[in-house]
Design a protein around this ligand. Structure first.
Ligand code: UD1
Length: 429
């Protein structure tokens, strides 16, 4: 299993290209199930999760081709993919797949919309809390689906097709919003989603669906209305830049000091995180090509943070921000409001010498002058990248084990950081 070795202490200087957003790319790929035409997606990130989802969609009958794919290489290499689900050959998403990637549960809505039936395993994914799917199920049931749970599978049918309805979520869920939004595009009549997720990735999905012929208004706000249509057609869509990758590299620069331009980054996708970073003493400026992030000699100011749905501070940047706070000039409080049990990075950061106390959904971080390299283990996607950030500033050598988590969500991280002066390499076995 690959490991990442970092020798800390180098400032980051240079440019980092920001990839297309993983969390938009996945639902966009799934949207290809809604039509028998070809959906072309540009600016796709090259990630393990994209490859896995391509296999899952292949099982349903969707073909994916990639422009610029290198001969003899099984990984996605180009950044344009074409997905065609001419015929849905199988409406079952088996446990082997869904347990490996939670987002694949979102095939439920599109399969129901197009085929009026679906059998989808209950998901697994990152081990960050229980992560139920009740909102997905109640949302689709509101559109008229009959839903049963059998042997770990959700079995959903709507023999006469889905019917538009009012879906009022008691809690904001990105995935349930994606699922109901996709299903509703092919339902009869109007669906209104209340308390919808406002994440930019929901808006990106809606923009793509509109290009495919869907009638959607309000995506990006908490009320989305969808007028069902009979069929959707092919389209070409460019995936929006990854705000989590952007915030992660911005925090890496904040941690090591230096000056990096994040090419293609869009600051308005992460205002809350950038405002927080500025309070720590970092400068963040818009440039013609993206964002410039810099921190000079001054230390890192401690800042309290509380995660919340968009437009608040994202839970997907919580671990990275905690890594930064481990070397701040004082005490900070980090509150996790989205997922229980999303503090698995705490004990690994402690191995590097961080001083963090946990109190329920709150972590109290007391900054230390130095971190020291050690062997650590990646436990989930965002936690593992927080260890990279800490390792970049730690004295000596840090080795991160189980980096497959990292490969799920960060494209060529060792190259992007290495090009900016980090001493980082992948140890393959
Ligand atoms: C998505 C993102 C993930 C991010 C999360 C929150 C992708 C591929 N993943 O995950 O990176 O951390 O949004 O921004 O885009 N919940 C329920 N019942 C449900 C569904 C969710 O109670 O049926 C709860 C969850 O346990 C959690 C909260 O709602 O506490 C938010 O989860 P949700 O927004 O659904 O996260 P995901 O869509 O899985």
């Amino acid at each position: 299993m690959d490991r990442i070795r970092i020798r800390g202490g180098q400032r980051l200087n240079g440019e980092i290209p920001i990839s297309g957003a993983k969390n938009a790319a996945l639902p966009l790929m799934i949207a290809s199930l809604l039509t028998d035409d070809t959906l072309t997606l540009r600016n796709m990130p090259r990630l393990a999760d994209v490859n896995l989802l391509a296999r899952i969609l292949g099982n349903h009958g969707a073909d994916m081709t990639v422009d610029g794919k290198r001969h003899g290489c099984n990984n996605v290499q180009g950044d344009t993919v074409h997905l065609t689900a001419r015929t849905i050959v199988d409406t079952t998403a088996p446990y082997e797949f869904v347990s490996r990637m939670r987002a694949s549960f979102w095939v439920l809505g599109p399969l129901l919309g197009r085929c009026h039936e679906a059998r989808v395993s209950l998901p697994g994914g990152c081990a960050i809390g229980t992560r139920p799917v009740d909102l997905h199920i109640s949302g689709l049931a509101a559109l008229g689906a009959d839903i049963d749970l059998e042997d770990g599978y959700v079995i959903a049918t709507a023999p006469k097709g889905l019917i538009g309805a009012r879906v009022s979520f008691p809690k904001v869920s990105v995935g349930a919003t994606h699922n109901v939004l996709m299903a509703a595009t092919l339902a009869r009549g109007e669906t209104v989603i209340e308390n919808a997720a406002r994440e930019p990735e929901v808006r990106d999905l809606a923009d793509c669906l509109v290009k495919m012929g869907a009638k959607i208004e309000g995506a990006g706000t908490d009320t989305i209305s969808i007028q069902g249509v009979e069929r959707l057609h092919g389209a070409t869509h460019r995936v929006l830049p990854d705000r989590i990758e952007t915030g992660t590299y911005a925090m890496a620069v904040a941690m090591t000091g230096g000056d990096v331009e994040l090419i293609g980054a869009q600051g308005d996708l992460l205002d809350a995180a950038l405002d927080t970073l500025r309070q720590t003493g970092v400068t963040v400026d818009k440039t013609n090509r993206g964002l410039r992030v810099a921190r000079n000699g001054s230390g890192i100011e401690p800042v309290d943070v509380s995660t919340s749905p968009f437009p608040g501070f994202p839970t997907d940047l919580q671990a990275q921000f905690m890594a930064l706070m481990t070397m701040a000039k004082g005490r900070s409080e980090i509150t996790e409001n989205i997922f229980e049990n999303r503090f698995m990075h705490v004990q690994e950061l402690a191995r590097l010498g961080a001083n963090i106390q946990l109190d329920g959904d709150k972590a109290i971080v007391t900054g230390v002058d130095t971190l020291n390299g050690a062997q650590v283990m990646a436990t989930d996607l965002r936690a593992s990248v927080s260890l990279v950030i800490a390792g970049l500033a730690a004295e000596g050598e840090t080795v991160i084990n189980r980096v497959y988590h990292l490969d799920r969500g960060f494209e060529r991280i060792e190259r992007k950081l290495g090009d900016c002066g980090a001493d980082i390499s992948r140890l393959s076995e």
